[in-house]
Write a protein that binds this ligand. Structure first.
Ligand SMILES: Nc1ncnc2c1ncn2[C@@H]1O[C@H](COP(=O)(O)OP(=O)(O)OP(=O)(O)O)[C@@H](O)[C@H]1O
Ligand SMILES: [Mg+2]
Length: 312
């Protein structure tokens, strides 16, 4: 793994706020609400992990924060500015590296540079990013010539190229083998130290969430839950309307981040739990302090403890 390098000229990490966010999709059987009543603060520089059963809306949430999709109700702001489509201040990386096969690793990373970055500045920034992710030696190789882990590191470097204030990662390590995944965790922490950015990480892996995140957000699948009582709908805020930003003010909603002791599931909406992870990074993966948290999260994911024969 590469040593962390000196911080590049980065934009400061961004603070993300969501208030009463809902996303409903039209379907042939009528409308289907995938996310409901999502209110959340992600502080600048924080790493938040999003876990939840398949189909509960994790990727949808990430797309909303990245401005790739718009909420049907509620509001999302990055540093008090409403999130816009094609916002240059966020970057997203996925489970598959999505590199262009006919371009070299360096050229793929360069795709992520801010518009107008050319010549020597572009070359130097790409070299710096490749060093950050330990790929300097592979700069001239094509994606098919490198391993899955290397391709994923190139994808991370491409996402970091524009020095995003918010880095959105959708199961970025899900397709990697176990050892490579563990190495990628430490690489992500190195990157986070070298280029402080706010990270929203979607993962299926509770251990990964506990190792990396400051908070873990557990989402529930609205359609697997029992019928909930009717509640007033969140106010719709049109994207691009500055008047809607009032909805993000502190007066509208109490701080949605619960006290440290809040391990109790929430009763309605998409957020089942939002829990702080104790201890500072790097963490001990086997820490006993995680035991209750791990059980609560696994329980929320529908993975119940197996009864062992040990005490029988
Ligand atoms: N553009 C769309 N139109 C209609 N339905 C959609 C659209 N995008 C997502 N959905 C639906 O929203 C639900 C949530 O999808 P999403 O991809 O966010 O889930 P997820 O939690 O990321 O799942 P996974 O863990 O399998 O990746 C799914 O039922 C999906 O079919
Ligand atoms: Mg997904």
């Amino acid at each position: 793994m590469p040593e962390p390098v000196a911080p590049a000229a980065t934009a400061p990490a961004g603070r993300v706020r969501l208030r009463g966010v809902e996303r409903t999709f039209p379907t042939t059987d009528g409308a289907r609400t995938v996310l409901r009543d999502v209110s959340l603060d992600v502080e600048a520089g924080e790493i938040i992990a999003v876990v939840g059963p398949s189909g509960c809306g994790k990727s949808t949430l990430l797309r909303l924060i990245g401005g790739l999709d718009a909420p049907t109700a509620g509001a999302i702001a990055l540093d008090d500015e409403e999130v816009r489509a094609h916002d240059d201040t966020t970057a997203i990386a996925f489970q598959e590296p999505r590199l262009l096969p006919w371009r070299t690793i360096a050229q793929n990373v360069a795709i992520g540079l801010p518009r107008g970055t050319r010549g020597r500045a572009a070359k130097e920034r790409v070299a710096e990013l490749l060093e950050l992710v330990g790929l300097s030696h592979a700069a001239e190789q094509r994606p098919r010539e490198v391993s899955g882990g290397m391709a994923q590191r190139a994808s991370l470097a491409r996402a970091l190229a524009r020095s995003p204030r918010v880095l959105l990662l959708d199961e970025p390590f899900g397709a990697l083998d176990a050892l490579t995944r563990l190495k990628m965790h430490d690489l992500l922490l190195d990157i986070h130290r070298a280029q402080p950015t706010t990270v929203v990480l979607v993962t299926h892996d509770v251990e990964e969430a506990l190792y990396l995140a400051d908070h873990v957000l557990l989402l529930r699948n609205l359609h697997a839950a029992q019928a909930e009582p009717e509640r007033p709908r969140a106010r719709v805020v049109a994207l691009g309307s500055t008047s809607g930003m009032g909805a993000l003010g502190p007066a509208r909603t109490p701080d949605p981040v619960p006290a440290a002791a809040d391990l109790e599931p929430r009763r309605s909406g998409s957020i089942a739990r939002l829990v702080p992870v104790p201890g500072s990074r790097p963490r001990d993966r086997g820490a006993r302090s995680f035991t209750d948290l791990r059980s609560a999260l696994l329980d929320g994911l529908g993975v119940h403890k197996l009864t062992t024969q040990e005490n029988a």
